[in-house]
Design a protein around this ligand. Structure first.
Ligand code: XIL
Length: 300
């Protein structure tokens, strides 16, 4: 096959990218994105601060722009993200307790109702676990509303749009030996045991020297999958852009039938949230395919 999306589709998977609305006027960017990828995530435009800038007043202009571009180009869309400690609007940052809990529920309902029936999978909750060795939850205003905030978010999401897969998404849960990975694993196992609706785990997979790709990544993917959830690689980038590491990631996903797709977090190195110096993506700043691109295409 000659594109990432078509190659991934040979095994029933997708290959996606993050899209920024501000770049939809860049012809090189949109031509690469429309040619190569078949799943789209809004890089920022469906986040809480973008979609509910004032409490109770929803704004879907950016999200809809990306959604419409994706669908007009024949692509599906991942929703990112509904409940997160980061990129909260100011009104939410200052909230706590029962009113914050209700605001979270209202936000999930407002956004999911707007996109009802249109989203392949939602990152319902993003980055709720702590870094380091505790294996526990990250402190946040949402966490302080009570430990059950995550399951409330998932139950709310299921009712709001039963057609969307519901994912828990996080970083540094790629290495099977890390406490954070085990903490998320235990939560998902508990949710499955108690019937809390969850369909997928998103491994962000931002690999760098502090959190490098590890050969136990395949064990992480297969272990989550064995709990009865899909696994999606949701925000892949690799600092330095190693072609070998990119191929390893693809091979690990392909080794697990419930690893359903891979999304890279941007198109060209110049589009990366890490800056172009990280050389973390599959196309260089001129839109040329890098060695990592060829390695991925060959592995798919
Ligand atoms: C990043 C975006 O790429 C940036 O444009 C923005 O300034 C900050 O957020 N984990 C996530 C993503 O879940 O939403 C983040 O995206 C990258 C880390």
């Amino acid at each position: 096959e000659s594109t990432l999306g078509a190659a991934a589709a040979q095994t029933g998977r997708y290959f996606g990218t993050a899209i920024a609305q501000g770049k939809l006027g860049d012809g090189q960017y949109t031509s690469i994105a429309s040619r190569e990828f078949d799943m789209i995530t809004a890089e920022n435009e469906m986040k809480i601060d973008a979609t509910e800038p004032n409490q109770g007043q929803f704004n879907f202009s950016g999200g809809d722009r990306i959604y419409n571009w994706a669908v007009q180009n024949g692509k599906r869309v991942r929703g990112h993200t509904l409940a997160w400690h980061n990129q909260q609007p100011n009104w939410m940052r200052s909230m706590e307790g029962g009113s914050l809990r209700q605001a979270m529920i209202n936000h999930i309902n407002g956004v999911m109702n707007h996109y009802r029936g249109k989203i392949y999978a939602w990152d319902v909750v993003n980055e709720a676990f702590a870094d380091g060795n505790s294996g526990g939850r990250r402190d946040s205003n949402l966490q302080r509303t009570g430990n059950d905030w995550i399951e409330v978010a998932f139950r709310t999401a299921r009712a709001a749009d039963p057609s969307a897969k519901l994912c828990y998404n996080d970083y540094n849960i790629d290495n099977w030996n890390w406490a954070k990975t085990q903490g998320v694993y235990n939560m998902v196992r508990d949710f499955k045991a108690r019937g809390v609706p969850i369909d997928c785990v998103g491994l962000q997979s931002h690999f760098n020297s502090n959190s490098p790709y590890n050969s136990n990544y395949r064990t992480t993917i297969s272990s989550f999958a064995a709990l009865g959830v899909d696994v999606q690689i949701t925000e892949l980038d690799i600092q330095g852009g190693s072609a070998t590491t990119y191929a390893n990631v693809v091979n690990d996903c392909l080794a697990v039938s419930r690893c359903t797709g891979i999304t890279v977090w941007g198109v060209r190195d110049t589009d990366s949230w890490l800056g172009s110096g990280a050389q973390a993506l599959l196309f260089d700043g001129n839109g040329n395919k890098k060695a990592a691109y060829t390695a991925v295409l060959n592995a798919l």
